[in-house]
Design a protein around this ligand. Sequence first.
Ligand SMILES: [Zn+2]
Length: 458
Amino acid sequence: MEHLQEFASPNMGKNAREHESTAQVANILRTASNSGSAAPLAAQAAQWMNTLAHEALSPQTDAATLIEALGQLEQLKSAASACQARLAVVFDANQRRAQSAAGTASAEIGLGIGAQIALARKESPHRGNRLLGLAKALLGEMPHTFAALATGGINEWRATLMVKETACLSIEDRQRADEELAADTGGLDGLGDRKLVGKLRAISYRLDPQSVVNRATKAANNRFVSIRPAPDTMVYLTALLPVAVGVSAFASLSKMADAATAAGDERGRGQLMADELVTRVTGTPRGYSSIEVQLIMTDRTLLAGNSEAAVLPGYGVIPGATARQLLDSTQDASHEEPEVRAWIRKLYTAPGASQLIGMESNARIFPPAMRRFIQTRDQSCRRPYCDAPIRHRDHITSWADGGPTTADNGAGLCEACNHTKEAPGWSSKPRPGPRHTFEIITPTGHVYESMAPPLPGD
Ligand SMILES: [Zn+2]
């Protein structure tokens, strides 16, 4: 639930939040009473989309008319975002009421609401929670910023920045900042992201200097390391660090590179620093230690130099040739340096078969081989739009409902999605598909499909 708090003012206790949220909803319902329920809105939106898709444009259309329409549509997107924010806040209140009526423990109230918004908006669950937090902050604490979004003065991203940059303030100071920005007529026009953030920080600092200092201390708690794929079988290994630590780590690598160059090493500066980073982190010169690398490939790829791709879980698809190189180089490394315990687990896809071979167990807990199998088949969390790493193997049809412990009835889920699934009203069931497929049913009865990613050779 911490994501929901991300945009909330620090002094807003749970009770204050609840109270505020009720007041917000009453307000929104008042504004919405003219337009009725959300159902005609959905139908209207579908009509607008149809109009937009069939808008006749000819090469003769006047250039000024084109620019005019581009600008208007941009404002329409902002207005749609503002309407989504109102819908999200009403939906949140609706779900909390339903959860409370169903006897949900108070600590669990609110669970799965951001996840439902995420599925509807085709976003990750993490982003769904952020969007809900944004909506609540805009409607509850920053009415002028909300009005600017609703009238197309700013877009959703700018509104996000405005909420984020004032999150360190008390509610009163935040409302003051919101008013101050609104009073500055045209003050937001022509400001780029960076200038907007600069302006917000200046206002925040003037209103409450201590909050900005506290915020810097809090930011250091958010340090992390992440990995994401880059083109050409490369990855970005990124660390977010407090400035002093980051600068000192970089200086240390830089100093080492200078020394190596002075000693006649012919590698480039970037190469030297990257190699040194890997050596220091893994403790081995080649970077392969006792880390398990799994490759899924067909036997054609492995043996016959076939041009099919292989999959490196945690990265994605890599060319078959790269997979073979990786095998060769780790075998060399093991030979030259026996202390390097680099190894590669190979999982073969059966030629012509589109699924890895299934397995079965009589226990409730997925045994290690099946866990590895599910991990390899699913690659990352199976909740649509969620790219988070797998932390749990979950029964699709639950064990309590007689669902067996089989690879077919198992799915890999991340920490957050595994927790959401426990909220009342969520269920899942297998569905036939070209690859391993199941459907997720949310408390509103909306159904979303989850299909395993394709394997090489499919
Ligand atoms: Zn997930």
